[in-house]
Design a protein around this ligand. Structure first.
Ligand code: C2E
Ligand code: CA
Ligand code: CA
Ligand code: CA
Length: 275
């Protein structure tokens, strides 16, 4: 029994070592990726429900390991958040998205809002408002053409300080969206105090609108809530006609999802959606 116990322990240590090594390698690779400019942005359209015209594009980060291979953000964003590397990465994303949007406008394309995902860590570690003001000045993009997407987990942290920062962002003229709405637990009384422009209904609810009665009720309720607070409501992850019919019947304002377009590199996005 003693012998067996030791073997188990050795096995466990070996596994743990492998995990730690893999993790350290990922951290080092991430640090190098920033220096070597291995990140790029893809853009996904968001359309007005009635006109089907583009009202915005969400910038989504991609990490290129090789020409064919990209690591999905779900694999590296959480690590970047943990080690604080999300702050410089996030700054890069903001600058790249604003510069791209300004370039499209300068090329004479109809203007729209570019949405950038911002992590909690960026709010806490960085002077995010100052960074955003700086990026807007550097790139020459007008504030109203930038939107930041925040998750509810960000919201719950340090509510008073958070509301103050949102107020400053709002004063700058930047738009604010609450992402993955319905999955967190933001208190409704806070929501009333946030200078938020948009609620993005989480994809998990939209997905099952057609066959899950509870999800349909949740989506309907979020749309009504948003409208009562004077906010626009966006459905994310829209893939089917059936979902669109439901969202139209319930007066959702904007739609985003594979049905209208997958995230694409800037140049392909321009060709596919901006004419
Ligand atoms: P998110 O902010 O909720 O972004 C939407 C995700 O859903 C994207 O995945 C998008 O490709 C995917 N999606 C859009 N439409 C559909 C659809 O119709 N069906 C399905 N199945 N999926 C759809 P992606 O690009 O893999 O990003 C995953 C998450 O990574 C994002 O979720 C966001 O939380 C995070 N992320 C991406 N880029 C950044 C970034 O620049 N900064 C930060 N902090 N986080 C980012
Ligand atoms: Ca988002
Ligand atoms: Ca989302
Ligand atoms: Ca999501």
């Amino acid at each position: 029994a003693k012998e067996k116990g030791r073997n188990n322990f050795q096995f466990f240590t070996a596994e743990l070592n492998a995990l730690i090594t893999e993790r350290v390698e990922l951290e080092n690779k991430l640090r190098r990726a920033l220096e070597r400019q291995q990140f790029s942005l893809h853009y996904q359209p968001r359309v007005d429900m009635r006109t089907r015209r583009i009202t915005g594009a969400e910038a989504l980060i991609r990490w290129h390991i090789s020409d064919e291979e990209a690591t999905p953000p779900s694999r590296f964003i959480p690590v970047a958040e943990e080690i604080g590397l999300i702050v410089p990465i996030g700054k890069w994303v903001l600058r790249a998205a604003c510069a791209q949007n300004k370039a499209w406008q300068d090329a004479g394309l109809p203007p729209f809002v570019v949405s950038v995902n911002v992590s909690v860590r960026q709010f806490r570690q960085d002077n995010l408002v100052q960074t955003i003001a700086e990026v807007l000045r550097e790139t020459g993009l007008e504030a109203r053409y930038l939107e930041v997407e925040l998750t509810e987990s960000a919201v719950m942290h340090d509510a008073d300080q958070f509301i103050a920062m949102l107020g400053e962002l709002n004063d700058l003229g930047v738009q604010i969206a609450l992402d993955d709405f319905g999955t967190g637990y933001s208190s409704l009384s806070y929501l009333k105090r946030f200078p938020v422009d948009r609620l993005k209904v989480d994809r998990s609810f939209v997905q099952d609108i057609g066959h899950d009665h509870d999800d349909a009720t949740i989506v309907r309720t979020i749309i009504a809530l948003g409208h009562n607070l004077g906010l626009k409501v966006v459905a994310e992850g829209v893939e089917t006609e059936q979902q669109i019919d439901f969202l139209r019947a319930n007066d959702c304002d904007e739609l985003q999802g594979y049905y209208f377009g997958r995230p694409l590199p800037g140049e392909e996005f321009r060709r596919a959606f901006l004419g």
